[in-house]
Design a protein around this ligand. Sequence first.
Ligand code: CA
Length: 234
Amino acid sequence: MRVLFVEDELRLREALCRGLGEEGHEAVGAATGTEGLQLALQQRFDVIVCDILLPGVNGFQLVRQLRDRAVWTPVLMLSAKDGEWDEAEALDAGADGYLTKPFSYVVLKAHLRALARRGSKGGTAPGREVLRSGDLMLDLRARRCARGGTDIELSQREFSILAELLARRGEAVAKEELMRKVWGADFAGDPNIVEVYIGYLRKKVDAPFDRHSIETVRGYGYRLAAAEDEAVHG
Ligand code: CA
């Protein structure tokens, strides 16, 4: 298991990295949020453990920026017991787990194992690098989108929306969920923005190929038709 520890408390960071290292895992430490974010974007990890209060980019900003760039590595958020943040906020920001300090090493390891398992299974897309539905392909690492071998240029938001839909193709994804994941929990603008971006996506991903893969689920959200269904419905 390859773990990134973003933690500004030197002793805790070193103890955890050493503990995991002794058990044959690879642990990389980062002392600031900024450094952690860079590492998380550049290298591949099975799990990221991230403190909330950090110098530079804080834990919430870090996880949001990762999700915004379609990096789905599972994140376990650490928080002080008397911290002003709660578990709901951590999960809303895009974290996959939450642990209150002080915690026991055994409990931490159980969380890491659970998250690493979830990551390797797929989940919302964690661990998966290329998402496909029929001839539509999204390469999360290279941030490339193509249909039938034709490259499609997408903006960051368009890419993130399509990644969400594609990761759960065939399922309806709520508009609010897309909004929260792509624009962030604290986005206070017009919720119709999602519709606007779905329109952009259809113009790029469907219309030029005479397809209708991005469906509207009235009163709820959107669904990317699984390639099989699409064929049946023409
Ligand atoms: Ca801290």
